[in-house]
Design a protein around this ligand. Structure first.
Ligand SMILES: [Zn+2]
Length: 84
């Protein structure tokens, strides 16, 4: 590969916040992130990754919406049960 292309590739990887492995780790921890149950060290890793990674921050948005929907569903179904 052209050395300049290699350099560009390297920069692109850096600006995305690292490797695929990192993305997988972050993805696996997103629910705990939303839940607020992550330990401080991991929280910092994840927040800095989210700041630089479009696909993970997009995934976080989707998970947040899904979580909100589920929460309101359970609130609704609890209130239904309470009315009976
Ligand atoms: Zn990522």
């Amino acid at each position: 590969m052209d050395p300049i292309l290699r350099l560009v590739e390297k920069m692109a990887v850096n600006s995305r916040g690292g490797t695929k492995m990192n993305c997988k780790k972050v993805t696996d921890s997103l629910l705990e992130y939303i839940d607020g149950s992550l330990d401080t060290q991991l929280l910092e890793v994840i927040e800095s990754h989210l700041a630089t990674c479009d696909s993970c921050s997009h995934r976080l948005k989707i998970l947040n919406v899904e979580t909100q929907m589920l929460k309101s569903y359970f609130r609704w179904s609890n209130s239904q049960a309470a009315n009976e």
